[in-house]
Design a protein around this ligand. Structure first.
Ligand SMILES: [Zn+2]
Length: 158
């Protein structure tokens, strides 16, 4: 089967699925029952067939992402605040070279953590429940330790 044949049979499967079902467009919510093409008639979004699951159990995953996202947000806010202060009052004590390096390092380290976690998402989801919660706990402990190390460096230089 060529890719074009595959696309065509998928389009036929999609239309057959929607022929007698009330299913909403994932983008705009329009009822797609008996549509004639593979685009939403209301918003024009391209539609395709996918296998989904309601069994993803997002709790441990969201908790794990939060571990990286919180310190990342902290450093982004501090940098934003530092730039703001510098613009209002140039040469303010707040914006010394080491604090710039500190902000950049924090954003790099915790940004990398978030990217790595996003990249291993499927492997994380595929593990049994207990291992997911344990993974979340380990990542939180590691992140808190790393964050404490950052604070210790700031304490030392500040
Ligand atoms: Zn739509």
């Amino acid at each position: 089967m060529s890719p074009a044949d595959n696309d065509e049979s998928e389009a036929e499967l999609l239309k057959a699925l929607l022929a007698e079902r009330d299913l909403p467009c994932p983008v705009c919510g329009y009822n797609l029952r008996a549509i004639a093409s593979t685009n939403c008639p209301e918003c024009g979004a391209k539609l395709d067939l996918r296998v989904g699951s309601t069994d993803l159990k997002l709790g441990p995953w969201l908790l794990t992402m939060l571990a990286g996202a919180l310190p990342l947000g902290f450093f982004v806010c501090l940098l934003g605040f530092g730039i703001f202060v510098e613009l209002i009052e140039p040469g303010a004590v707040f914006f010394e070279w080491w604090s710039l390096v500190w902000f950049a390092a924090g954003i790099a380290v915790f940004g990398a953590e978030v990217c790595i976690l996003a990249a291993v998402r499927r492997r994380f989801w595929g593990r049994p429940d207990m291992k997911r919660w344990r993974g979340a706990l380990i990542i939180w402990l590691a992140t808190i330790s790393l964050f404490a190390a950052f604070l210790a460096v700031a304490w030392h230089y500040g």
